[in-house]
Design a protein around this ligand. Structure first.
Ligand SMILES: NC(=O)c1ccc[n+]([C@@H]2O[C@H](COP(=O)([O-])OP(=O)(O)OC[C@H]3O[C@@H](n4cnc5c(N)ncnc54)[C@H](OP(=O)(O)O)[C@@H]3O)[C@@H](O)[C@H]2O)c1
Length: 257
């Protein structure tokens, strides 16, 4: 899985966003059935002219399909909308209480069928993962969780890494919330970068995959320029002090009962 990808939540004109990003080197594209843009993403991939094996496509299973038990149908429809015969990563979008294991066992079948090259989860806590791991044969390849300088989750990340689960940061820019922080602005000046690039660099330097969303050509490009400089250990630790458990991601209403 590439360390950098394009997030597509609330992406206006996802078709153009995907083909533009592909032309500047993006190879990972992160969508979901709930984003209602899988069709556009599929068209953008076609427009890009890239071969199927050169792109990494992630989509996600929504909660309703878990509740209805119609996971195979939801997955097939995602593939149809994307115009693909397989996805590289199929993720459970949210842990639905009481359904974690049933859902996962169906994803294991999908994985074994070869139509998802890897399966994983999003927004799973350590307790959710422990439940899943103790009753399943396939370890989730990925846990996609909100993670950025203002919301650091060392114990969840250590748990994932100790169990061979890659961490992928959703909302890696905290939707802009940390871009004005003085410490990041100063580091940006030092490295002739932007605060967004400093935040993304801090994540990838920890081996965490990032999927910033942008539909602007300039910002898409800016977000790729994070692999040609390095923060010092002291700077990594300094950014570590910014954590204030600030989350931009609200769990969906159907999970708030
Ligand atoms: N699994 C889950 O439950 C879950 C939850 C949330 C998100 N995600 C995934 O993670 C992706 C990223 O999260 P997100 O979209 O919520 O938030 P984000 O990537 O943290 O922030 C996106 C916002 O930042 C702006 N932006 C992008 N690059 C920038 C830059 N270099 N400088 C300044 N502003 C910049 C974007 O605007 P412009 O487009 O105008 O540039 C957009 O408003 C999503 O798109 C989705 O694929 C998954």
């Amino acid at each position: 899985m590439p360390l950098l990808g394009l997030g597509l939540y609330r992406a206006d004109d996802a078709r153009l966003a995907v083909s533009n990003a592909a032309s500047m080197g993006y190879r990972l594209f992160d969508t979901a059935s709930s984003y209602r843009n899988e069709e556009e993403v599929g068209l953008g991939l076609k427009d890009s002219g890239l071969s199927r094996e050169d792109v990494f496509v992630t989509t996600k299973l929504w909660n309703t399909a878990q509740r209805l038990g119609n996971i195979e149908g939801a997955f097939t429809r995602s593939l149809e909308r994307l115009g693909l015969s397989y996805v590289d990563l199929y993720l459970v979008h949210w842990p639905v209480p009481g359904l974690i294991l049933d859902t996962w066992h169906i994803l294991e079948d999908i994985y074994r069928s070869g139509r998802a090259r890897a399966i994983g989860v999003c927004n799973f806590t350590e307790a959710d993962l422990a439940e899943l791991l103790s009753h399943s044969s396939v370890v989730p390849a990925v846990n996609q969780i909100e993670y950025h300088p203002l919301f650091q989750r060392p114990s969840l990340i250590s748990f994932c890494q100790a169990n061979g689960i890659a961490v992928q940061a959703s909302c890696p820019l905290a939707r802009g919330a940390y871009l004005g922080r003085e410490m990041l602005v100063k580091l940006a000046e030092k490295y002739h970068r932007s605060p967004a690039q400093i935040g993304l660099r801090w994540l990838v330097q920890q081996g965490i995959s990032v999927i910033p969303k942008s539909t602007s050509l300039d910002r898409q490009l800016e977000n790729t320029q994070i692999f040609d400089f390095m923060l010092t250990e002291a700077e990594m630790a300094m950014i570590g002090t910014l954590s204030e458990h600030f989350s931009v991601l609200n769990p969906p209403e159907d999970l708030l009962v």
